[in-house]
Every structure is written in structure tokens, then in C-alpha cells.
Design a protein around this ligand. Sequence first.
Ligand code: URP
Ligand code: ZN
Ligand code: ZN
Length: 475
Amino acid sequence: MSTLLITGGTVVSATGRTQADVLVDGERIVALIAPGSEPFGPIMAERTIDASGRYVLPGGVDAHTHMEMPFGGTQAADTFETGTRAAAWGGTTTIVDFVVQYAGQNVMEQYELWHQKAAGNCAIDYGFHQILSDVQDESLQAMDALVAEGVTSFKLFMAYKGVFLSDDGQILRAFQKGAENGALMMMHAENGAVIDVLVQQALAANHTTPRWHGLTRPWQAEEEATHRAIMIADITGAPLYVVHVSAKQAVEQIAAARARGANVFGETCPQYLYLSLEEQLAAVSEQWGELEGAKWVCSTPLRSRHEGHQEELWRSLRTNQLQMVSTDHCPFCMKEQKELGRGDFSKIPNGIGSVEHRMDLMYQGVVDGQITLERFVEITSTTPARMFGMYGRKGVIAPGADADIVIYDPNGHTSLGVNRTHHMNMDYSAYEGFEIDGHVDLVISRGAVIVDESGYVGRAGHGRFIRRAPSQYLS
Ligand code: URP
Ligand code: ZN
Ligand code: ZN
């Protein structure tokens, strides 16, 4: 087993920062040492990395990705190999990806299929959530089997009729099972029936461009569904985690539930913090014409900049009304993928890719004064690890934890975008031209340096499947 010593850096946790050297033995962190104190004599490590002037962070945990997911008449463009490599470039050392059950499919067969897709291909460690789109007796039994396998969270959808949607009765039954077996129930909270009619009406009126994606998914549809999900969770006693929250009114629903003591949690994503309906969904370009806005079609949609959603999302991250930030990485290329929606916005595959940029974009929130450095670590690493039963191994720099470490340079600089050679398998970037006042200098996954000054030095297959415990917010 090789040893590694990281010297001179500022180790940052969710609760503070300290000058400490970090000693790694094999795959684990074994000690944090006050600089200059050598209680057992000089520490001899096989490799020493000088992190002077830089932050030493726990590796990022992105708890919401869709690698190579079949969706929208095509398939998410990143494979587990390309997507986890891009994640590594951006300082994320763990992902939790969604196994998909579409209607009529067997849950356990899909679960095995996702293992086949991921095994031997990942640059970083990975876990799975399970999507349930067909809640019947067999799926409910599978929930027990999956919890025993370390898949301790399940996502249901209130939208996408005929693809993902479960009705309220099905949601109730799945939540009852979650209340019984300790799983965390995740919800895509949008009123699908309302949205489907608004979409049909817009198309009938010849409104076909991407901005209509946003206009036909109003915040009321998100607020209502969030409220309904919270009520069903209340009835069953299941804990609830609302994914990709974009509307300030949905945040208010989550905050109200939490204020009365309910186990309700929420994530938002960088796109909702930085991007908006007006600038992105309504964009027009020389290359793509009015299809340009398709680059930012995702659900829940980008919201109007003029309605105060972004301010509220940042505020809720500060006040813990929302607990964490994931990407909902679901990348599609413009060519042959987003293009499917030319002339009909409802056919644009829904999703934005940003697994590579989450750490940088959230660090920019520190620079901009939106969150503290400690809160940055908390919402990008520590809380995701705790929320999804990985804390102790992931989400912290402490003896016994996996040596998943990022050396981050606050004096560095990162230019985002496909023209600046991003590593995601996408022919465009949702963040083209964004400038970040910081830089991921070095990334370590379970003791192995996988990104350094020379670039990516990891390997497909290094990443291992993580059998997750139940959410540590519930135990
Ligand atoms: O637009 C999105 N969010 N695509 C991925 C699927 C989902 O709902 O998370
Ligand atoms: Zn969703
Ligand atoms: Zn998603």
C-alpha cells in the first residue's frame, strides 16, 4: 500500500477550516497532523504533495446523475466512462446515478443492467438510486431487495405521463413501503396532467420554440406537486427528498414542512442558481436559430429571472431550507439529440449536463458572497454523503474516511465551455463563457491521484460500487 502526504494546505470541512497535513495510507486517510508537529518523528510518505496556499477539500459527491439514460427518444450522451471522467476533472469523486424502471420493466433486471453499464467503466466511485415508473406488487418487493443491496433511495415522478409518471395512489403505495423499510423517497414534483394540457394548447397555437418549454411548466405546477408530495409523505410517514427544486414557491412548501418537523429535504442544481428562462430558453443563434434555447431545456425548467427564484434558492441554501446541490447531469448533444425538438419544443430531450462544473460553479458562490467556504463543502460533499448513507467514508477529511480529496486553488482560474475543452460528451456547454475564480488542481480518489497538473491520470474501472446505508439524516 502506498502512502501519500498532503502538506501545507487548508483543510476545509462543513464546520471549519484548519492548517493540517493529511496522511493517506492506501485508500484511506489515516491522520491529520498539525504542521510542524511530528509526534512520532518525521513522517515518511512515498509521495508528498505540496498544497500550500490551497484548499484541501473532501471530494465532491454529486447525488443526481443520469449516465447513458435512455430518454426523450435518445440516450444521455455521457457513458459511465466519459461522465465519471468528466466528474473527476471537476473535483467530484462520487456520483449516485439513477437506475430506470420504465413501465412494464422488471426492477431487478434494470438494476442488473445498470451494474453492467457501470462496472469496469467508472473513474470514480458510484452508487445507485432506483427510479420506479410502474408501482405494482413486484416493484414494491424489489424495494426491499434493493435496500438490502445498498440502494436506499427511490425516485418517483408526478410528470411525464406514459414514460415515468406514477399516479397518487401508486406514489402512496411506494411511500408506504419506504416508511416501512427506511428508504428515502425522492420526488420529481411537477403536475404532469396540467403541464401536458398546457403543452398541447401551446403547440396548437403554433408556439413551438424552446421558451415554451418553460412557459408551459409554470411554477404553480411545481409548487402544487411539491405540496402534494409532502402531504403523501405525511400520510405515510415516509421521508421525502424533492429533487431539482427551481421555484421559490416550492422552497416555501419544503420550508413549511421542515418547520413543523417533517423529514422533508430538497436539492437544487447549478442551472437554477445561474441560468434563466429569459436569457437561455429564449436564446437565438446563427448556428441553431430559435432551437438555440434547446440547450437549456430541462425539467423542472429554468425560471424567470424577474420572479426572484434565484435569490430565494441561494438564500435557502444559506438557511438550510434546501440542503444540497446536485447537477441532475443529463447531457444531450445539439446535433441529432436536442435537434429532435426542431419545430416542437415538447420533443426536445430534457436535460442539462454539468457534472464537471458543479464544484467550480458552487465555489463561485463563495467568491460572490452567496455562501461560506464551509457551506460550499457542506452542500457539495458532506450533506450529499450523509443524505444518501455514505458519510464517514465520503464527505469528510478525517481518519478512516476514503481518501477522496480535492486540492483547490482559490487563486486559480477556470473558463467553462466546450470551446475551453470541457470533458463531458457534449457538443455544447450550458455554461459557455462562464469564468470561475478558482481551479481544481488535483483530485484523489480512494488514495489514487486521478487528476493532476498533467491532466487526467485515472483509469476506467478504478471506481467501485458503493453499497449505501439508509440516509444518515434519519438515523
Ligand atoms: O430535465 C431533466 N431533469 N432530465 C432528467 C430527468 C429528470 O427528471 O431528472
Ligand atoms: Zn426529475
Ligand atoms: Zn434527474
